[in-house]
Design a protein around this ligand. Structure first.
Ligand code: GLU
Length: 603
């Protein structure tokens, strides 16, 4: 997902928009652009590459204005190029930045071509700006013209628009993509993420899906999806500016990995009272929901999906709660069967994952009575569409590769296993054990972070490698999947994860001395089976890197490199073993010299 920043003020907005883009860069960055109204004329600058390139261009060819829009693009339609970079313009009179996808752009384009509009890009965005231009021919009001034009759009979008005829007005809208309005003193800024405009304000209006807003220096008018004029509350955010600084760390990702003990502590804060997880602390509707449901359907994408897969082992294994886990982008298209007493749990770092939002809509359509979301942003779209939001309190995650969001999602899931499990078959003594392990999690994660230096050295084994296998068993299989995902997304080494028992059904054929095999070996009932799998790899000359409980005695196999992980209770070991795999991916990426916080081809 790309980034949008816009503003209207009595001062020059260009430096604020550029700073906002820099702060959003982690979300999409193949090109960037900015447009302002300068002396009643729209001036635009666009550049391929990072925001710093756009900044350099503007330094050379300065522009300024009191009203402007800006964008970092992550290409969906048309390659990254200056012509495809936003803002897009129509007749040099209207300029638009767009986050999202217009699904019916081809039909609209055909009509607009017949009307004589000229297209200068391959994006789906250009139909929006021509559509608004067309409506402005007959509409005196800017917002009405945008409303009419957007009514013809299908798909997901957040838009910020300026128009030469209405140079005192900024119009913005959102449908399926996030957008917030930052309220300053006599000025307004708009962004796709609050982090972008924290330096200028901490007061925000969170637009609802379908809202369109007309912003002037002295007022904001909002029209909702039904066409009614509405007032939206101004909320003060608790996010601070330092939360999005890198501190002394070389990369955000490393900082975020090391923030995990605190993030977990914040997530469980106030939820364990006298050694017992309080369900009231999860929200006032929690008990009503848990009393009603008979099974669970978890829906998520990417790393959050892996968190869901771990939770399935817990829900079913600890508490006998039937649990399914599904990738959101599949769920919405496969006609699933659902009963109304199945609890939907969506998981998403931002709460704005489009596929997950759509899948939740589908689950509701199929009759799901209750939905919970686990996300980092209370006011997010998923939050608003759910009956209960359980916030992860991880703080802003700037590195694209999710780390602290993952472990805090697992923490919340374990809280849910306890409170829901009580109504199923979770034994009392296991409940007490899980609750105390939860309380100890921050300390356990802090211990495992001490492996940082050792893992850094181990990472050198990967510098010449092109492929890697990750193995795990039980709840550690999804942890191996997450480890493989981290490695491939930031180091570009092709990595696959397998449940260790599957090796003999095919992947063993890949094993040779060029194929490092990373194995997660906690001290649990599956260990003996895992040891046999390790033998299978070693016998084929495969180089094994085993993250092993420190109490286990490794054999002296030359192909075996062991990293001893501090002993932890088996129930929570999946959370603990996720951490060294994050560090491994991080250090391999650093050694390979990739852009760790902003990997290529990524949103
Ligand atoms: N679909 C638009 C494009 O390809 C917007 C992409 C984005 O969200 O950055 O230009």
């Amino acid at each position: 997902m790309c980034g949008i920043v816009a503003g209207i003020a009595q001062r020059n907005v260009v430096p604020i928009l550029l700073e906002g883009l820099r702060r959003l860069e982690y979300r999409g960055y193949d090109s960037a652009g900015l447009a302002v109204i300068e002396s009643s004329v729209i001036k635009r600058k666009r550049e391929v590459g990072k925001v710093s390139s756009l900044e350099a261009l503007i330094k050379e060819e300065p522009i300024s204005g009191n009203i402007g829009i800006a964008h970092t693009r992550w290409a969906t339609h048309g390659k990254p190029s200056t012509a495809n970079a936003h803002p897009h313009m129509s007749g040099l009179k209207v300029a638009v930045v767009h986050n999202g996808i217009i699904e019916n752009y081809a039909q609209l384009k055909e009509l607009q071509l017949e009307r004589g509009y000229e297209f200068t890009s391959q994006t789906d965005t250009e139909v929006i700006v021509h559509g608004i231009y067309e409506e402005l021919k007959t509409e005196n009001s800017f917002i009405s013209a945008v409303l009419k034009a957007t009514n013809k759009l299908e798909g997901a979008y957040a838009l910020a628009i300026i128009c030469q005829q209405h140079c005192d007005t900024l119009v913005v809208c959102r449908k399926g993509s996030p957008l917030v309005i930052g309220v300053g003193i006599g000025e307004y800024f708009v962004a796709s993420d609050v982090a972008a405009i924290l330096p200028v304000t901490q007061r925000f209006i969170f637009l609802e899906d379908g809202d369109i807003a007309e912003i002037k220096l002295d007022a904001v008018k909002i029209i909702d999806a039904k066409g009614n004029c509405v007032t939206r509350e101004i909320k003060q955010t608790s996010l601070s500016l330092d939360a999005v600084d890198k501190g002394n760390y070389r990369h955000y990702m490393l900082k975020e990995i090391h923030e995990q003990p605190d993030a977990i502590a914040r997530t469980i804060e106030g939820k364990i009272i006298n050694g017992r997880v309080s369900e009231q602390a999860l929200g006032h509707s929690a008990s009503e929901i848990f009393d009603y449901i008979k099974s669970i359907q978890i829906i998520a994408c990417g790393t959050s999906f892996h968190a869901g897969l771990v939770a399935r082992y817990w829900f079913e294994g600890f508490a006998g709660v039937p649990c399914n886990v599904e990738i959101a982008s599949e769920y919405r298209y496969r006609s699933p069967v659902l009963s109304k007493d199945t609890l939907i749990i969506t998981i998403s770092q931002s709460g704005e994952t489009a596929d997950t939002i759509a899948a939740l809509g589908e689950a509701r359509r199929l009759g799901a009575k209750y939905a919970i979301t686990i996300c980092n942003v209370l006011e997010s779209s998923l939050g608003r569409a759910s009956d209960l939001v359980i916030q992860t309190n991880a703080g802003p995650e700037i590195g694209v590769a999710s780390t602290k969001a993952f472990v805090t999602q697992l923490t919340v899931l374990l809280l849910l296993v306890i409170v829901i499990g009580r109504r199923f078959k979770l034994p009392k003594n296991l409940e007490a054990k899980l609750s105390s392990e939860l309380a100890n999690l921050p300390a356990m994660v802090r211990n495992v972070l001490a492996l940082d230096g050792e893992i850094k050295i181990m990472a050198e084994q990967f510098s010449e490698k092109h492929h890697a296998l990750f193995l795990g068993r039980g709840a550690h299989y999804p942890i191996a999947m997450e480890g493989a995902l981290k490695l491939k997304e930031i180091s570009y080494i092709h990595a696959e994860a397998y449940p260790a028992g599957e090796l003999k059904h095919g992947p063993l054929a890949l094993v040779d001395s060029d194929m490092p095999v990373v194995t997660v070996a906690p001290n649990n009932s599956l260990l003996e089976k895992l040891k046999s799998n390790i033998q299978e790899v070693s016998a084929r000359g495969g180089q094994l890197i085993v993250f092993m409980d420190e109490q286990l005695v490794p054999n002296d196999d030359v192909n075996l490199k062991i990293i001893k992980v501090p002993s932890v209770e088996d129930e929570v070991s999946a959370i603990i073993y996720a951490v060294p795999l994050q560090l491994l991916a991080y250090y391999v990426a650093v050694l390979k010299g990739t852009d760790v916080d902003q990997p290529r081809n990524f949103s």
